[in-house]
Write a new protein. Structure first.
Length: 254
């Protein structure tokens, strides 16, 4: 649903916005996704004991981490059953044959059964990222750019049926188009151009050290958060967000 319902895609698109494909891509998550995913797990509370669910949730999460890599190629017979790095590379591609394919988390058999499977092609290099690249490292823009787009579409479209369709239909939906929008996607232009402004080694080193310091500071504040007032935590959050935006501006060369 995160790919086929616009409101859910607004959060999940953050994960797909990376134009590189490596283990760090797995950590690139939408902040809003946490507040929506529980809806799909809630029915399990009726018949799955909490210990079993917690073990499943952790194993499922760990499995989906390692498949974000270009290092591992074909895994032979496992390709027929499991979601492998090869299958998940297709899922993250913006090539026309990759769009809305290989939804699986662990078992690729579900995509094979429901017609959403596509095998990685050796004759066509996969280009990663969104169809329309956001071209920025600004964390707030990366997280909320699609919500901005949805808001504009909500205002532009006439009639409540169309306005609500902006929210509940697919990311590519427009009036007079099918629920998921047009199935004609722009072809990938080769050579693939990845958004990567030239940043000096000194600036990169500074950003790395500063980010490490911010991470340590954040961990300390999180650990002792009960000792701070709501106002102090709010102020710290503003400073933290501004700092992260500054890192993004450095890499955007702004």
């Amino acid at each position: 649903m995160a790919h086929e319902v616009n409101l859910f895609w607004a959060s999940h698109q953050t994960h797909h916005s990376s134009e590189d494909y490596n283990l760090s891509t797995a950590l690139r998550q939408g902040v809003m996704q946490t507040y929506a995913s529980w809806i799909f797990y809630l029915p399990l509370a009726l018949f799955v004991p909490p210990p079993i669910f917690l073990i499943h949730a952790q194993m499922n999460l760990l499995y989906q981490f390692w498949i974000h890599t270009e290092v591992v190629s074909n895994l032979g017979p496992f390709e027929y059953i499991l979601n492998t790095p090869s299958h998940h590379r297709v899922h993250h591609g913006r090539n026309p044959y990759c769009i809305d394919k290989n939804y699986a988390g662990v078992f690729i058999i579900w995509d094979r059964l429901f017609g959403t499977f596509a095998a990685e092609r050796k004759d066509e290099k996969i280009a990663y990222g969104l169809i329309h690249s956001i071209k920025t490292f600004d964390p707030l823009e990366t997280q909320f750019c699609h919500l901005k787009y949805m808001f504009k579409q909500f205002l532009i479209n006439k009639g409540w049926q169309n306005k609500l369709s902006v929210i509940w239909k697919g990311p590519g939906w427009q009036p007079n188009l099918p629920r998921l929008g047009s199935n004609k996607f722009p072809p990938v232009k080769y050579p693939i151009c990845v958004y990567h402004p030239n940043v000096s080694t000194a600036l990169s080193l500074y950003t790395f050290i500063h980010f490490a310091y911010v991470l340590i500071q954040y961990s300390a504040v999180l650990k002792y958060s009960k000792n701070y007032s709501i106002f102090a935590l709010f102020l710290y959050s503003i400073i933290l967000l501004y700092t992260l935006q500054t890192f993004g501006a450095i890499f955007d060369q702004k």
